[in-house]
Design a protein around this ligand. Structure first.
Ligand SMILES: O=C(O)CCC(=O)C(=O)O
Length: 203
């Protein structure tokens, strides 16, 4: 049984605007890139990170790295983002959550944008919650069980929602099936699409 905490509409529009500005500032230090999978196939979204490490994918595999592909450190995680993660982790029953990194995915408003079914398992510590913030266009999110072959169900993640995968759902397979265009609150993202900020305790 996959039990996730889906906090629908928990972020106000002002908080969402501030998170978009935060992502823009992070991207001035750690620009969005389109990583490739170990197979060489490019992702169907763009990524950057902040925090002491950043999630990285290239021909050498999936891992956390202390440096961006350009060799520079990732920008620190802003305190307000870390505080939000700690607050949300407490709601999920995790009292001593330490947010180490935030992976930021940008899904342009095209039919190609998606993320295949996967399990978040490159963290050193696989127990702490995965905290996932949605901003912009709605997304059809797939969630299954702890085996790739388990059946999946679709849920809609909307702008201002936070999804927490914790406890039994921490290692659930999940993915983004599609981004639903023109569903974001007006003027949140200039070119439409969806931002997802996934905060993780890695160590
Ligand atoms: O965009 C999302 O909602 C999910 C992102 C995700 O699964 C990941 O970055 O591992």
């Amino acid at each position: 049984m996959t039990i996730m905490l889906h906090l629908k509409g928990i972020l106000t529009i002002d908080q969402q605007i501030r998170l978009v500005e935060m992502c823009r500032e992070i991207a001035t230090v750690a620009p969005f890139i389109t990583p490739v999978m170990p197979s060489g196939q490019p992702f169907n979204c763009q990524q950057t990170s902040c925090g002491q490490v950043g999630w990285t994918s290239d021909r050498e595999g999936y891992r956390y790295s202390r440096t961006q592909p350009n060799g520079r450190a990732f920008p620190a995680m802003p305190d307000s983002l870390a505080d939000l993660a700690i607050y949300v982790a407490r709601l999920a029953g995790e009292q001593s959550y330490i947010p180490d990194t935030c992976l930021i995915n940008y899904y342009p408003a095209t039919v190609k944008s998606k993320l295949g079914l996967h399990q978040d398992n490159t963290e050193v510590n696989l127990s702490p919650a995965i905290i996932s913030i949605s901003i912009g266009d709605d997304c059809e999110f797939l969630v299954g069980g702890t085996k790739r072959s388990d059946p999946t169900k679709s849920i809609i993640l909307r702008s201002g929602d936070i999804l927490v995968m914790h406890g039994q759902s921490r290692l659930a397979y999940h993915g983004v099936k599609q981004i639903i265009p023109n569903t974001a609150p007006k003027s949140l993202l200039k070119n439409g699409g969806r931002l997802n900020m996934t905060i993780r305790q890695v160590f």
